[in-house]
Design a protein around this ligand. Structure first.
Ligand SMILES: CC(C)(COP(=O)(O)OP(=O)(O)OC[C@H]1O[C@@H](n2cnc3c(N)ncnc32)[C@H](O)[C@@H]1OP(=O)(O)O)[C@@H](O)C(=O)NCCC(=O)NCCS
Length: 160
């Protein structure tokens, strides 16, 4: 099996490519909300992690997670169509989950478009459970499916 590429936190230079991926493959058919300015704000926020996978200088995927005190919200996740089904989406979510665990987060919430069965199946494979439907969540007309996952906390080692 091929090694998965390294994940790192995004820098301001990543904002345009992330926003374009969101516009074309996540927000398609909706008003573009995750513009480069908004993505840059997320990159600079102290309560948000923007994780990216780059290969040969090109953005292959990204994930944005916002942290509260005990819960986190997986805001956006996208993998380039040519790079899907290679484990990158799982790799990104696990990286963000690991960061959330370290931050003491107990639960992660995420919403998916109800017209996106592939993404719903993806999150269920990763252990997310459907909580219900949020009516007209996207642009006041497209329903969302809300899912969540309880995180096991990291084992804390006793001080020597
Ligand atoms: C959803 C998305 C992020 C998945 O990324 P990916 O890199 O292809 O996912 P992975 O290869 O890590 O898949 C992990 C597992 O999820 C499941 N899965 C992934 N895509 C799936 C699909 N379209 N249908 C059913 N199951 C799927 C599979 O079980 C897969 O495991 P397997 O490859 O061992 O069978 C990607 O399809 C995407 O970017 N979609 C468009 C944007 C989007 O819908 N984002 C999520 C809402 S914000």
């Amino acid at each position: 099996m091929l090694a998965l590429p390294t994940i790192r936190l995004a820098t301001r230079e990543d904002a345009h490519a992330i926003a374009a991926l969101s516009r074309d493959y996540i927000e398609d058919g909706l008003v573009w909300r995750y513009t480069p300015i908004r993505v840059l704000a997320a990159i600079q926020s102290r309560t948000t992690n923007v994780a990216v996978v780059h290969v040969h200088g090109g953005l292959h995927g990204f994930g944005i997670m916002q942290y509260g005190d005990t819960t986190a919200h997986l805001v956006l996740l996208g993998v380039q169509p040519t790079q899907r089904h290679k484990g990158l989406g799982r790799h990104l979510v696990q990286w963000l989950e690991d960061s959330a665990r370290v931050a003491g987060v107990a639960r992660i919430d995420v919403e998916c478009r109800a017209d996106n069965p592939g993404a719903i199946a993806f999150y269920r494979t990763l252990g997310y459970r459907i909580q219900g439907v949020v009516s007209r969540y996207y642009a006041g007309r497209i329903d969302a499916i809300r899912l969540s996952k309880q995180l096991a906390q990291p084992i804390r080692r006793a001080a020597p």
